[in-house]
Structures are given as structure tokens and as C-alpha cells.
Design a protein. Structure first.
Length: 433
């Protein structure tokens, strides 16, 4: 070995390699921190006056340019460090210097420029992102012209192969990111099932239509407006609902909505001195205390309908289809139940009453139970795109009206029709395969 090998130039080059390895680690850690940092936490910190968090938010607005600039800087310093190491070690070891440089630089880059900085960055992503945002912002600004040129070149090459890219698209929508995080947290035992369902229910309001959660017209309790006042009062008192639609002639012809409290006030006023004569009772017109019916299209989203309820200061609406035919009714409570789950009072049947476990591990389910409620109750994943109720799902998949005793298997479940009411499936036995 030549004594002049370890001269000043050797030590300067060795120092340069160390600096380049440091820069490589800086780029690797910065990339990990800026991509892993929660924008929600950064925004919260920025709102409290953190300039670093605000800079991190600004530079992550264009992820493609950020990652391109960081990768460019990282590759430049890695290649330069490897080249210098090869030159130095070739001078020391001769022809074996290339192999020595490859081995040594691979270990150094792996440990000090990749694993170590990335592990630290992923442990404290928001803190690291806030601190590196300033220097990385300068790097992005300097490399921006080159990154832009590379970006257009890459898109041009992909277009040649028939791959179209959308520069404004995001790899994951915000809703999917939140849903994925909740599912992961639930699987790891960090997030409770009820908390996951509430948050996902709130996120789903804009994707679900009124027709999916409404009470079908076959289950609506109505009052004939032409009935005697005494019969109307008796029906209101016997009903478990406080608001009842009024119709004339046929149930499709809704003329108003009566509130039990308004009717009782009117009847109390008729009492006067404590007696109600037959004439005043016969002359009483229920339409005088009825409210105007509020109709909504069946395609209205739950999010829009909740806003409409709050705006109109009401929580009862009748649902109609595109031809104006009555399809059902929806209340504010129905929408809130999509978020918090079943809201039961002393008059409501508990959701548990619609499901009965059997000794063989199956469940006897009411056919009118919604697929969403069944999925929530047992953490299942039955599809609800084509049908709202479990009976509707069976009919859709079977493409027929089943008979009692018929058995079907689909979506990983076994369905047996236990009881029918004319053409309606009243009870099903569901077993997960």
C-alpha cells in the first residue's frame, strides 16, 4: 500500500462521504415523516401557531412534486457517495476496491441512510415533519423545474402504453382513509365496535338515500280524515306514534299530518265547561289542527335530508317516488339511528327481539330487519346495495319468491325461509358458513 494513500485528499473525500450519508438519511427520514404525518394533527398544530406545521401542510399539498424532489435529492447524494467511496477504496485496495465499496456502502446506506432515519421519522412523524419542512421546501423549490419535466416525461411514457393519470386524483379518499384506520384500530382492539360504527355511520350519510332507511308504506299507520272525531281521537290515543298521516278516500291521498298533542289541545278546548255536546263533536274537523304534509323524493341523501329537517324545524317527512306515489316515511330519528344505532323507547321493539339465536349457531331473523342493522348486530358484511332488508336480499339473490322451507346459500351464509306472509318473507334462519 502506498504511504501517500491516506493523504489530505483521502480524508477530505471520506468526510464528504459522511456528509453525503447524512444528507441521504435526512432525505429518507423527511420523506417518511412528511408522508406519514397526520394532516389533522399538523393542522391542529398550525392553528396553535406552529410555523413548521404550516410549512409541512403547504409542501404536502402537492405530494407528487414533494416526493419527486426528495427522491431526486436522495438519489443524487447516494450515487455521489457511492462514486466517491469506489474511487477512494480502489486507491486503497486496488481492483478489489469496487467490491469493497459495494459492500461497505450498502451497509452504511441501509443502516444510517434508510432504516435509522426512517424508524425515527415514523416514531415522531408530526414533530419531524414540522422541523424538516423548511429545508425540504427549499429543495422542492430548487428541484421543481427538473421534477416537473420528469413528471411530464413519465406521463407521456405511460400514455404511450395506454395508462392515463389524473394529476388531481388522490390515491385514497379521505373517507376510505378514515374507514381503514377505524377498521385497523378495531381489529387491534384499540377502537370499540360501537365507536367505529358511529363514525362510519356519520361518514355514510352522504352516500345513503332516504329510501334505504325509510319505513315502508306497508308499515305506516294512517288515519282516515273522514272518520268521526271520537274515532280519530281513540286511534291517536291507542297509537304508539305522536304524528300520524291523514288521508282521504285512499291511503295514497295524504292530506295532512296530525300531531296527537295538537288534537288533545283541540279536544280540551271543546270541553269548555267540562262537557262536550254531540253537535260540537260531530262538527269538529280534524283538518283544522292538522299540519301540511311534507314530501321528499326517495333519492334524497340522508345528509341533505337531515339538513332539511333542521332547516324546517321538523323531523317527519313522507317519501314519494318520481311519479309522486307514496313510498314510505322518514323521521329525524331514523337518520340519527344510522349514526348512533337503534334508539328505542318504551314503545319500540328492541332490535334484539328481531334476532333469536338457535342451538346450532344460527339466527332466526325477522324478514323486515334491515341488512345494515343485521351487519351491525353481528359484525357481518352482507351487501346492501341491491336490497334494504334481509328478506329483500334473499329475493334478489334467488330471483324468485321463495316458498317455506326453501334454502339458499350465497355471500358465505345459508338462508332458510321459515315463515311467509302471502308473498312476503316473514322469518328467516340465517347461518354463517
Amino acid at each position: 500500500m502506498d504511504p501517500t494513500t491516506f493523504d489530505v485528499a483521502f480524508w477530505i473525500t471520506a468526510g464528504a462521504i459522511i456528509v453525503l450519508l447524512f444528507l441521504s438519511g435526512f432525505f429518507s427520514g423527511s420523506e417518511t415523516a412528511l408522508t406519514a404525518a397526520s394532516r389533522g394533527k399538523l393542522r391542529s398544530a398550525a392553528g396553535k401557531g406552529s410555523k413548521g406545521a404550516q410549512r409541512a401542510l403547504d409542501i404536502t399539498d402537492d405530494n407528487e412534486r414533494l416526493i419527486g424532489s426528495v427522491l431526486l435529492g436522495n438519489n443524487v447524494v447516494n450515487i455521489l457517495a457511492t462514486s466517491l467511496a469506489t474511487a477512494v477504496l480502489t486507491k486503497v485496495f486496488g481492483q478489489n476496491g469496487v467490491a469493497a465499496a459495494t459492500l461497505i456502502m450498502t451497509l452504511l446506506v441501509l443502516i444510517f441512510a434508510e432504516v435509522l432515519p426512517k424508524t425515527f421519522a415514523i416514531t415522531n412523524p408530526e414533530m419531524v415533519a414540522s422541523r424538516v419542512a423548511g429545508p425540504i421546501g427549499i429543495v422542492v423549490l430548487v428541484f421543481s423545474p427538473i421534477v416537473t419535466a420528469v413528471r411530464y416525461l413519465v406521463r407521456g411514457i405511460l400514455r404511450v402504453f395506454g395508462v392515463k393519470t389524473d394529476p388531481d386524483s388522490h390515491i385514497l379518499a379521505v373517507r376510505e382513509e378514515i374507514a381503514g384506520a377505524l377498521q385497523l384500530g378495531h381489529s387491534e382492539g384499540i377502537v370499540e365496535k360501537e365507536d367505529r360504527d358511529r363514525i362510519l355511520g356519520a361518514l355514510d350519510l352522504n352516500e345513503r338515500a332516504v329510501e334505504e332507511v325509510m319505513l315502508h308504506r306497508s308499515g305506516i299507520e294512517m288515519i282516515d280524515a273522514d272518520e268521526p272525531a271520537q274515532d280519530i281521537l281513540a286511534q291517536c290515543l291507542e297509537s304508539r306514534h305522536t304524528r300520524l298521516p291523514l288521508y282521504r278516500g285512499e291511503p295514497e291521498n295524504i292530506v295532512g299530518v296530525i300531531h296527537a298533542k295538537d288534537l288533545l289541545r283541540a279536544m280540551h278546548k271543546l270541553l269548555g265547561g267540562g262537557k262536550v255536546d254531540a253537535k260540537s263533536l260531530a262538527d269538529f274537523d280534524v283538518m283544522r289542527v292538522a299540519m301540511e304534509p311534507y314530501f321528499v323524493p326517495e333519492t334524497t341523501t340522508l345528509d341533505d335530508q337531515m339538513r332539511n329537517f333542521l332547516k324546517r324545524k321538523t323531523h317527519f317527512a313522507l317519501v314519494v317516488d318520481e311519479y309522486g306515489a307514496l313510498q314510505g316515511l322518514i323521521t329525524l330519528e331514523d337518520i340519527l339511528e344510522e349514526i348512533v344505532g337503534e334508539i328505542a323507547d318504551e314503545f319500540d321493539a328492541d332490535i334484539v327481539d328481531q334476532i333469536a339465536a338457535t342451538s346450532d349457531g344460527a339466527f332466526v331473523v325477522d324478514g323486515t330487519m334491515t341488512i345494515r342493522d343485521l351487519n351491525r348486530a353481528h359484525d357481518w358484511n352482507l351487501p346492501d346495495e341491491e336490497a334494504n332488508t334481509i328478506a329483500g336480499l334473499v329475493i334478489h339473490e334467488a330471483q324468485m319468491i321463495p316458498v317455506e322451507g326453501q334454502v339458499f346459500s350465497f355471500h358465505g351464509f345459508r338462508f332458510e325461509v321459515i315463515e311467509k306472509d302471502e308473498n312476503r318473507i316473514a322469518t328467516l334462519k340465517v347461518h354463517q358458513l
